[in-house]
Design a protein. Structure first.
Length: 147
């Protein structure tokens, strides 16, 4: 399937943000990403999410744009929207436990404890024996206690 056909299918199924698809150069995209990240870092989550959305419209196959959108939405307490974005990050980075952990946080925030437990189980499946995994194990334990 061609990229345009795939993007059209995602739009039709409501899996992509709606709007006209911008066409920016890689340099322009990098500049927009830097701006979006800066907005996120300064707590302007809604503005950051808007820029990340534009980046996704331009190229929906860039994982870091979806991760930025998911993070901004989660920090802005738009948990259901963030869950959708975290799901796409998880699809793009199947071995990464982080999107599942953040999904669990969102699910807990909206009171979906059973689904949050499922997400935490997915995190555990992706852990290894490195330092990052040890940190995530601690976070998993804290989230389980919060239930």
């Amino acid at each position: 399937m061609k990229q345009e056909e795939f993007i059209g299918k995602l739009c039709k199924e409501g899996l992509l943000p709606q709007g006209e698809r911008p066409h920016w150069s890689k340099e322009e995209q990098e500049s927009l990403y830097t701006s979006a990240y800066s907005l996120y870092q300064t707590g302007k989550f809604s503005d950051a999410a808007a820029l990340f959305t534009q980046l996704i419209l331009c190229d929906p196959f860039v994982e870091r744009s979806w991760r930025g959108l998911a993070s901004a939405q989660q920090m802005d307490r738009k948990y259901k929207e963030a869950l959708h974005a975290w799901a796409l990050v998880a699809l793009m980075t199947s071995d990464d436990p982080a999107p599942h952990l953040h999904a669990a946080e969102c699910l807990l925030a909206i009171g979906e404890k059973i689904e949050a437990l499922k997400a935490l189980n997915e995190v555990e499946k992706r852990l290894s024996n490195d330092v990052t995994s040890q940190t995530l194990r601690g976070k998993i334990e804290l989230l389980r206690r919060a239930m």
